[in-house]
Every structure is written in structure tokens, then in C-alpha cells.
Design a protein around this ligand. Structure first.
Ligand code: BMA
Length: 348
């Protein structure tokens, strides 16, 4: 029997592909951690994928593609053709197919608009109580979730096999910037939102290719990490989003405190864990990759670390050719425990 057949996931009807992905994620951490980038192949600094090129700033600089590929579903709920960052959903499906075929891991986030005010995800006006079962906007929200579910379950290889993904909804809920965050709903409402989404996906919409990832922003304590936690029956992977907003010394201590705490909870729950988002905007520290990041995360048992999108000249998280941290990034890529695509491809 293969190890993936023994794996039990939050979704009791999870398909073979999801179990296989979970066993792969568990294998990865035995060898190191995988490197991930948001929208890696959709666009980069001064280029955009028009459907005819396959490239990534990461590959241009380092000679290999990321092992983990972050994609974002914001605005799929509105029925738009493009997400909130102008990535076409058809193209996204193709890029997911390609990354999967190459042996990469897919992680998907979702920044839905505020269902009450119709403003962005960053409008913290309360909304959760109205979209829960029994709420006035529940039917509307169910229709939103159906759109997400259809996209996710429609992810198939060219030969029709299911493509498994790490689904990471309602992230950074302990922060107060999203409508599902702290201050906009109670922990009880948040947990219901998560569980109702999970139940709808697994029992009504028949989505069975997902691993559910719970990810907070930085926390002060285990209690804070678990304040909104919906329960082990609804989660497969534990994550944290940790960005450098202040000094390098501050970030070093944020990484160590938070990732040690995360590793501890993950051990108790026997779940894999990851740095699900992070980075230093515009990577202004030359040796950031080896000296700030790797030195402080390599002993934390992570399965992966994903860096945010290369959107524009003042909003990017991985180097492009000629960028200040690119020499250090190449050294980082050569570290034996840092896994890029060619390395993760070998892990089964
Ligand atoms: C944020 C920024 C936004 C973007 C959003 C969703 O961190 O990058 O510009 O729209 O993520 O990808």
C-alpha cells in the first residue's frame, strides 16, 4: 500500500490526488522546505503572460522555477473573467495545469469582495453574520461559493485527472483589515463561516481535490493562533503569513517566535505547516535570502515558504534580473535544503 492511501484528510471523500499531495507535502519537509512564489508565471516585473510565453522572474534570476505556485481567486465570485490583479481565470487554469504537470504544488488564496457593501475584501464593514446559514445574504454568498467550487473542482490535467490544491481561504483573520477579520466578526461567526464553507464544498458541491489550510497573520500566543481555528476536522495544514514591515532585527525575532509557535502547534496536531505568505517588499537588504530568511526559518520544520507577487516596481517580493538581492538569491537557491522545482519534482 502506498503511503498516500493511508492518509486521512479533513474531507473524508478527498480524492486520490489530494491524498497524494498531502503525502508529498509530508515528504518535502524531511528534505527541507519548498520555495514558493505568488503568480510566479502569470506576470513579473515589466512582463505579463499573454498565453504564449512561460516564464518567471524566479527562473530568470536563479535558473529554476519555484516549487510552490500561489494563485488568487478574488473576483471569481463576481463572475469576472479576470481576478482582482488582472489575471485571466482561463490563463490561470492553464498555468496551474502546467505547474502541476511539472511537479509543483499549487496554493490558492481568495480575497472576495465585501458581500454587504460590495467594496473590496479590505472593507472591514461587518458581513459574516449576514452570509451565514439563516442570514439575509446567505443565498447570494452560496452562489459566490459555487463559483469558487466550480473553478477548483474543474482543475484537471489535459487527460482529465484531478489536480489537487492547497486552499487557503479567509486568511489573516486575526488581523483587522479584511471583512472576515478580527473586529468585523466574532471567533464563533468565523468558525461557522469556515465550517459552512467546508460542508458546502464537500457535501453539496462535491469538491474533493482540496487540502484546507488555516493561516493567520503574526500572533503573540498559541491562544491567539487558535482563536479562530475551526477544528481539526476542518483543517489539513497550518499556515502563517509573516511579512517584514519593520527592521531586519524585528523580522528575525518575528520569524523565530511565530514559526517556533507554529511548529509546536503543528506537532501537537500532527499536521504539516508552512510560511504561507511573506517577504520584504522590494527586497532592499542585499543578503536577505540567506542571512535573514533562511537562517531563521530552516530549522522550523516548514514544508514551504511562499513569497508574494512581483506586481510592479514598488510592490515585489522576489528579485528580477539586476535586482539588489539577486546574487544572494542564487546562493539561497543552491542551499541543499531549499527546494525549487527540479528538486521537488523528484519527491513522490
Ligand atoms: C495584496 C496586494 C494587492 C493584491 C492582493 C491580492 O497583498 O498585492 O495588490 O490585490 O494582495 O493578490
Amino acid at each position: 500500500m502506498k503511503s498516500s492511501e493511508k492518509i486521512s484528510l479533513a474531507d473524508e471523500s478527498a480524492d486520490y490526488s489530494a491524498k497524494y499531495l498531502m503525502s508529498k507535502i509530508n515528504e518535502v519537509k524531511k528534505q527541507g522546505y519548498a520555495f514558493g512564489h505568488q503568480d510566479a508565471t502569470a506576470y513579473g516585473l515589466d512582463w505579463q503572460n499573454d498565453g504564449n510565453i512561460y516564464k518567471s522572474d524566479v527562473n530568470d534570476v536563479s535558473g529554476d522555477f519555484p516549487a510552490v505556485y500561489g494563485f488568487e481567486l478574488g473576483h471569481i465570485e463576481l463572475g469576472h473573467d479576470q481576478n482582482l490583479d488582472s489575471v485571466n481565470f482561463g490563463l490561470m487554469t492553464e498555468l496551474i495545469q502546467k505547474a502541476h504537470k511539472d511537479g509543483g504544488i499549487i496554493s490558492i488564496s481568495w480575497h472576495p469582495d465585501n458581500p454587504v457593501t460590495k467594496k473590496t475584501a479590505w472593507d472591514p464593514s461587518p458581513a459574516v453574520s449576514q452570509i451565514l446559514v439563516g442570514g439575509a445574504l446567505h443565498p447570494k454568498y452560496r452562489a459566490w461559493l459555487l463559483k469558487v467550487a466550480e473553478f477548483l473542482k474543474g482543475l484537471k490535467t489535459k487527460t482529465g485527472a484531478s489536480i489537487p490544491v492547497v486552499f487557503r481561504p479567509y486568511h489573516e483573520m486575526n488581523g483587522s483589515w479584511f471583512w472576515w477579520g478580527q473586529g468585523s466578526c466574532t471567533p464563533k461567526e468565523f468558525k461557522l463561516l469556515w465550517r459552512e464553507t467546508f460542508e458546502l464544498f464537500t457535501t453539496k458541491y462535491n469538491v474533493h481535490n482540496l487540502l484546507y489550510c488555516y493561516s493567520t497573520d503574526a500572533v503573540q500566543s498559541e491562544e491567539e493562533y487558535l482563536r479562530f481555528y475551526p477544528g481539526d476536522e476542518y483543517v489539513d495544514i497550518l499556515g502563517m503569513d509573516l511579512y517584514q514591515h519593520g527592521t531586519t532585527d524585528e523580522y528575525i525575532s518575528i520569524l523565530n517566535r511565530n514559526l517556533s509557535l507554529l511548529a509546536n502547534i503543528a506537532k501537537q496536531k500532527n499536521m504539516p505547516h508552512a510560511l504561507t505568505e511573506g517577504g520584504l517588499n522590494m527586497v532592499s537588504v542585499e543578503d536577505w535570502w540567506t542571512q535573514v530568511l533562511d537562517k531563521n526559518i530552516s530549522d522550523k520544520g516548514l514544508s514551504w515558504a511562499l513569497f508574494w507577487r512581483n506586481a510592479r516596481r514598488d510592490h515585489y517580493y522576489v528579485p528580477f534580473i539586476g535586482q539588489k538581492s539577486s546574487i544572494d538569491f542564487k546562493k539561497f537557491k543552491e542551499l541543499p535544503h531549499v527546494l525549487f522545482l527540479k528538486e521537488i519534482k523528484k519527491i513522490r
